[in-house]
Design a protein. Sequence first.
Length: 752
Amino acid sequence: VMYRLTRYRQHNLPIDSPGFYVYIKSENGAVWSPGFRPCEVKLDSWQAVHQPGVTSFHAEYDGVKAALTFLVSQTDDVLIWKLDLNSTDGRARKLDVYAYTEFSQLSWKNEDLYGYYDRLQLKTWYDENASCINYLFHSGNYPAGHEVPLAFFAGSEPVVSYSGNRNTFIGNYGSEAMPKGVCADRLLNDTISCGEPAAALHNQVVLNADGSTKELCFYLGAQQDPINNLEECENSRNAVLDKLRCAGETSRQLSKVQQWWEHHLSALQCEIPDAAGMRQINTFSVMNSVVTGRYSRSLNIDAPGVRGVGFRDTCQDMLAICYRDPAWAIDTLKFLMSLQYADGHALHMAYRHEWFEPATSVHCDDHLWLVYLVYAILAETGDLSLLEEPVPYYGEEKQTATVWQHLQKALDFTSGNLGRHGLPIILRSDWNDIIGKFNQRGEGESVFAGQQYVYALRQMIELAQATGRDASELQSRLATMEKAILENAWDGKWWRRAFDDNGDAVGSDKCKFGKIFLNTQSWALISATGTTEQNTQAMQSAEAQLATDIGLKLLNPSFAGWNSEEGKTPVGYGAGCGENGAIFCHSNTWAVIAQALLGNGEKAWKYFSQLIPHNIISKIGIDCYKAEPYAWVSNIVGPENTQFGWGNVSQISGTAPWMDVAATQYILGIRPQLDGLLISPCAPEQWTEFSIRRRYRGCDLQIKIKQSGNGGTVKTFTIDGKPAALDSNGKAKVPAELTHNATKLVIDIALG
Ligand code: GLC
C-alpha cells in the first residue's frame, strides 16, 4: 500500500513547501537552515547535490559548516536525515537544532475532500522510551479494512524538547521561516488528539573548537498495522530505531542505497564529448526512468499519489528498465497483461495496490504497447520461453492464456476495430489524449495507431519466425495496414494524423488548425512505412513547422481554444499548452529516433540535447522553465502562449524511458535484437571517439567507437581484437552466442 506520510500543498505560497526542515539556532539567537529553505537566510556558501538515491545540502554560516543528507533506507521504511556539523572558525559552539516535518492525512486526494472532518480522527503522541513522536491517522472515510501505518519521527541524539502539533510549533501568525517554537527556549512537549499533526524534535549540540564533525540523524518512518496490533507495531518500530541508532549504521545504509543504484546505473555507461549529455544519459535519465518505472503516473511534486499505473505509460516506462533489471520488467509485464481483457483491449488506468476504481475507457493504442515491451524484454534476455508462460486475462483469473496469445489478442483487437479508411478507430483516444475529440460519433480513425500496429506486426513477425511459428497471416495483416496508410495518410509533404467522424483529414494542409502533427512523421520512420523520400520530406516539414529554439511542438498551428468560433476545438487547453501545441517532450524522443533512422546524427543529437533541463535552463533561465534541473518534463509551454518555456509535469512522463531509448539505442546505437546486440551509432560528426560499456545477457561489453565523417559505414569491426563479420545490413552486431559464452568482450568499431 502506498501512503503519503508528509504534507505537500501543491498550490501553496511560498511555492514548494512544506518540506523536511532543519533549523540551526546559534547562541546569539540567529536561526538558519542548511537547506536554505525555509529560513532563507543568506548563507556564506551553499550547494545542493542531487545524486541517485541521495540528496544533500552543504552550507556554511557564521563559522559553522553543515551537511544535510537525505536517503531512503533500502531495508526499512525510513527516510534518514543525516546532519553533519562542525565549527570552522576555531570557536567551540553550542547550537540548538530542530528537525521538523508536517504529517498529512495519508492521501492527498482524500485530504482535500475530507480534511476538515478527518483532522478530528488522528493523534500524535510521544514515546518516552523510544524518544520518538508517533502519528496515527484513522479515518472512517477510508474503506473498511485498510491498514493505515504508524508514522514516526525520532533521532539519534537525546531529545531536549518536542512537539507533535503543527499549530503550536509554527504559532499563531508564525511562519515556517520563523516558527514560534524555534524562537522560544523550549518546544511545548505537546501532542494532539485532533488538529494538524507534525513532528518537531529539538536537540542540543556542542561543537568543538578543533573543527571535528558532530553527526546527528533523524528518522522519519512508517510501520505496518498499528490499528490491529499496536504493541507489535511499536516493537518493530523500536527494533528499527535500535538498529539505525547503532554506530556506523548510517554509512551502511548509505552504501546499500549506492549499491542498489549502481546495479541500475552500471547497465550502461558512456563517455561522450558532451558533459551535460553524458550526465543526462549516465545518471539523470536513469534516475528518472527508475522513478517512472516504480511509480508510473502516481508521483511527482505536483500530484503525489493521485493517479495510478497508466497502462500505456508503464508499458513504455519498462523499456528503460528491461535492460537494467529484466526481472522487474517481466514482473510488470505480467501485471499489465493481467489487465488485458480477453478481447484484446486493456484497462487504461489501474492501481497496483490501491482501492480506487480502475478506469475502464477503451483506447485504441493501450494494448499495442504490450508487443513492444515483450519484444524489448526478449531482445534483452533472449529467453523466448516467456512467450509460452500463462497469464490470466483481466477479470478471468482462472482462465489463462499464454503471453503469445495475449499479444495475438492485442493485434486482433486492432484489426477488429478499423474504420472506413481501414485505419484503427480512435475509440476513447490514441496515445494522444485529445485525439478522441475527433471521434465523437465513433467513426474517427487514427493514422498514428495504424503506424503503431505496423510496428507491432513487424516485431510479431520476428517473434513468430524466431519461435518457428507461421508468420504468413501476420504478414498479410501488415500488407493491408501499410496499404491503408499509404493510400490515405500521405498529405503531399507530410503524414496526416487522423480522420474525424466525417472522414475529413486531421493534420492536413487543408486544416486551419493542427495542419501538421509531429508523431505521424516520426512514427513513419519507426514503423518503416512510406519511402525514404517521403519520410525525409516529412521530417523536413516537421522541422520547418514545428521547431522552436528549445524543442519541437506536438502540432501546428495550435487550436484556438475552447471558446473559438472555429467549431473544431479539441479541448480546453490553451494554444501552446499540453497536447494543444506544447513542446511535447515525449514526442520529441521519437523525433530523435526518426532523425537517427534517417542517418542525421547532428539533428538527432540536437533534438535530444536541447531538451536536457540543464541546457534549457542555461538558455531561458529557471524562472521561465520552473521545473527540476535533473528530471525530464512531459511538456513545455509553446511559443503561441505568453508562458512559453514553462516546463510541466516533471518526472512522471514517458519522456524519461523514451529519451533513454533514443539516446542509448539510436544515438549511441546500442540496440538489442533477438539474435544479438546491434551497434549502430548515429552521432554528431565532432564525436570522433566515444565509448560505451553495456551489460548484455550477463556479458560486460566494452565498446570503443572511432568515427570520421558522418559515420555511416562500418570500416572495421573487431571483437577481442579479432575481425568480426558484419550482419546482412552491413552493420556491426555482436551475435548472442558470443555473449552467452563470455563474461567480457572488447569491441572496436571504426565508422566513416
Ligand atoms: C500524458 C499521458 C499519456 C499520454 C500523453 C499524451 O503523458 O500520461 O498516457 O499518452 O499524455 O496525451
